[in-house]
Design a protein around this ligand. Structure first.
Ligand code: GLP
Length: 242
């Protein structure tokens, strides 16, 4: 209900009504909300007021707009701790989400200087390049390009790449992935990335580069990933140094 005589502004009341519909699951994540016109007619309020309420909810992250289509309820973000070296599949399963993968390509390339240095191989050494879209409950979360040393992961097949490569490395190849270093940068999705991640070109993303190493300290992978910023929140526990 919207009370016209209430001291609370009408746009605020509508915001609260939409938030309530989200919290009580009348509007589900990913669902398109009614149009501005429908709200206008339902509550007998002006279109400007409806627009203001919706814009506020978009700015607060409750809703997102898809140009030319409509406004949708945002999916809850994955809260990802930065401590611990885990795989995508482990992360999603731990949250009760179903991980899946679209393999875009698995090919052999020659390591150029920068990659070779990171993988600690000679420049020009053949390495594997694996490009995948990772999904949780069928929704694209990230686009990952992993560069893997052939000596360690030469047996990796496309079929294996549809599931967890960490699990295959450990169970099939007997490797022990132990250490990792990750860097995270804010960025925007380029055209092709946007298509694969099913977001608008220019949508906010996080570029994450990970180098993971075996217990012997040998680099196992250099992974360059593009994560949807609307799907991830990264957290870290801190302790004050005394
Ligand atoms: C994360 C990391 C990647 C790693 C992947 C392995 O997403 N950012 O660097 O390649 O996990 O995931 P999985 O074992 O599910 O293939």
């Amino acid at each position: 209900m919207i009370y016209k005589n209430s001291p609370l502004p009408i746009y605020y009341q509508l915001e609260e009504a939409i938030k309530k519909a989200i919290h009580t699951h009348q509007l589900m994540p990913g669902e398109m909300i009614p149009s501005e016109r429908e709200y206008t007619e339902k509550y007998k309020i002006s279109r400007m007021t409806v627009r203001q309420a919706i814009t506020n909810l978009v700015n607060d992250g409750y809703l997102y707009r898809q140009r030319g289509i409509g406004t949708f309820v945002t999916h809850q973000k994955i809260v990802q701790p930065l401590q611990g070296l885990t795989s995508f599949s482990e992360d999603m399963l731990a949250r009760g989400l179903e991980p899946s993968t679209r393999v875009i390509s698995l090919s052999e390339i020659k390591a150029e200087l920068d990659l070779a240095a990171k993988l600690e191989v000679e420049a020009g050494t053949p390495i594997l390049e694996l490009k995948r879209v990772r999904l949780a409950d069928h929704l694209p979360m990230s686009l990952e390009t992993a560069y893997l040393s052939k000596v360690l992961s030469g047996g990796l097949t496309e079929e294996m790449a549809f599931s967890s490569i960490y699990s295959h490395a450990e169970k099939t190849f007997g490797l022990k992935i132990q250490f990792g270093r990750q860097s995270i940068e804010a960025s925007v999705a380029q055209k092709i990335e946007a298509e694969m991640l099913e977001v608008a070109e220019g949508a906010p993303v996080l570029r994450i580069e990970r180098i993971s190493r075996l217990e012997t300290n040998k680099p196992f992978e250099v992974a360059k990933s593009v994560y949807r910023a609307d799907r991830y929140q990264l957290t870290i526990d801190m302790e004050r140094e005394r």
